[in-house]
Design a protein around this ligand. Structure first.
Ligand code: AMP
Length: 219
């Protein structure tokens, strides 16, 4: 078997980021989170960040012209590892563009792991989510709180609520998800790549389900 190629698909708040960090570490994958990459561009005040910011704050998708270049560069640079895409693709057009990019760099997609969570649970999770503006680590005030209240376990910075995790923006993000990203479930089902995981309950138990699908690393 060659290098593993994975997509984590799911709504905002489905736990993609949390699961992705763990999978990338244990399977030695290049982790590409377009949301994290964009937030980093915004933080650094780059031209790309300046263009993306208003879309992100409004819970809308950033135009493909900005996203595709960002992903392409990194896929080209990371050829020696398998990859794990988190938050990309988000539309059928992006999925089609991804097919072309992978063919161009000789990389292959093995599985699309769909983290399925009911909508009312998503809204609660996003309201309780806090993020570290320094290292990007994510917490849930009830399910996985930081050790010291309001501070990141990793780098000690003060945790924030992402501007797009506030209630009104969350509603818009979920609408965008339903209309633009949900169709990818059918897209990848039709290609026999979709693996469905009910992503409720304990973070470790969900990780274990994903590992059953992928097989143990190095096996
Ligand atoms: P996320 O952290 O994945 O929830 O992404 C946060 C925001 O970044 C989204 O609400 C979008 O505004 C933007 N974004 C992230 N990934 C993409 C993508 N693949 N296509 C378009 N916009 C994206």
């Amino acid at each position: 078997m060659g290098l593993l190629g994975l997509i984590l698909l799911g709504a905002p708040g489905s736990g993609k980021g949390t699961q992705a960090v763990r999978l990338a570490e244990s399977y030695g994958l290049q982790h590409l989170s377009t949301g994290d990459l964009l937030r980093d561009e915004v933080r650094r005040g780059t031209p790309l960040g300046a263009e993306a910011k208003d879309y992100m704050d409004a819970g809308q998708l950033v135009p493909d012209a900005l996203i595709l270049g960002m992903v392409r560069l990194r896929l080209e640079a990371g050829r020696e590892k398998g990859f794990l895409l988190d938050g990309f693709p988000r539309t059928v057009a992006q999925a089609e563009a991804l097919d072309g990019m992978l063919a161009a760099v000789g990389r292959r997609l093995d599985h699309v792991l769909f983290l399925d969570v009911p909508e009312d649970e998503l809204v609660t999770r996003l309201a309780l989510r806090r993020s570290c503006p320094g290292c990007g680590r994510v917490y849930h005030l009830k399910a996985s709180p930081p050790k010291a209240e309001g501070r990141c376990d990793g780098c000690g910075q003060e945790l924030i609520q992402r501007p797009d995790d506030t209630e009104s923006v969350v509603r818009d993000r979920l609408k965008v998800y339903a209309s633009s990203t949900q169709p990818l479930v059918d897209y990848y089902e039709a290609r026999k790549l979709l693996r469905h995981v009910v992503a409720l309950g304990d973070i470790n138990a969900i990780q274990a389900q994903l590992r059953v699908i992928l097989g143990e690393p190095g096996a």
